[in-house]
Design a protein around this ligand. Structure first.
Ligand SMILES: C[S@@+](CC[C@H](N)C(=O)[O-])C[C@H]1O[C@@H](n2cnc3c(N)ncnc32)[C@H](O)[C@@H]1O
Length: 210
């Protein structure tokens, strides 16, 4: 700090720097204060790929219901779309003997999921990749799980019908699939879980060109 500055000027300078720091922090925090944003990953906070859905984790009781409704069993391949910290896929592997793939656009969450899989002792049975769910090949799935948003579910629907084999279970936390009626709908602790089974032919109302 220059020696020539009076103490009043120094105080003003320090106050200015502190105010700029505070404004910067508020601007960063504002990224996490969107109405749909309940929790915020480091990527969201500091910038990163544009997400179709903000991060919010699924409660453990909801995860358990999703696996039950998806009839997840040993040997099944589960694909978890927008996997976050990987908790759904990790529970599928650890508690039900499944294998699978979790995808998320947020590379920080993907690193978290890989570390969680190591900790849970299932790293050899699950894979986490930082890729767009809309660019993911779903054809190997026996079960697809998701916690996305209503309009994202609707955008995904043609991909589900085009790529999934008949009989594949699709499980969604919180949001339905518009006019594709679920086979089952259940609640736990105020949260809703939906389950569909891919039919031999897509229902007429949901048919889209392949
Ligand atoms: C509501 S969170 C669900 C997290 C986790 N599945 C759970 O239930 O705990 C949605 C996740 O989707 C991810 N996401 C958003 N758009 C995506 C996209 N186009 N492709 C892959 N992941 C995406 C976000 O980064 C976020 O982690």
């Amino acid at each position: 700090m220059p020696r020539s500055l009076s103490s009043a000027a120094r105080l003003r300078l320090i106050a200015l720097v502190l105010a700029m720091l505070a404004l910067g922090l508020i601007a960063l925090g504002g990224r996490c204060m969107l109405p749909t944003m309940v929790s915020c990953s480091a990527t969201t906070l500091f910038g990163g790929p544009k997400l179709d859905v903000p991060y919010k984790s699924t409660r453990r009781d909801v995860v358990a219901l999703m696996l039950e409704m998806g009839e997840v069993k040993a040997g099944d391949t589960v694909i978890d779309l927008g996997t976050g910290d990987g908790r759904i896929l990790i529970a599928a592997a650890k508690e039900r003997g499944a294998t699978g793939l979790g995808v998320d656009l947020d590379p920080v969450l993907i690193r978290t999921a890989r570390a969680a899989a190591e900790d849970a002792g299932v790293a050899d049975r699950v894979r986490f990749e930082a890729v767009d769910l809309f660019k993911t090949d779903l054809s190997s799935a026996d079960v697809v799980t998701m916690y996305l948003l209503p309009e994202v579910n609707l955008r995904l629907r043609p991909q589900l019908f085009a790529q999934l084999k008949p009989g594949t279970r699709v499980v969604s936390h919180a949001f339905d699939m518009g006019d594709w009626k679920p086979e089952a709908k259940r609640k736990v602790g105020g949260s809703t879980v939906y389950m569909w089974r891919i039919p031999q032919t897509p229902p007429a109302t949901t048919q889209t060109p392949r």
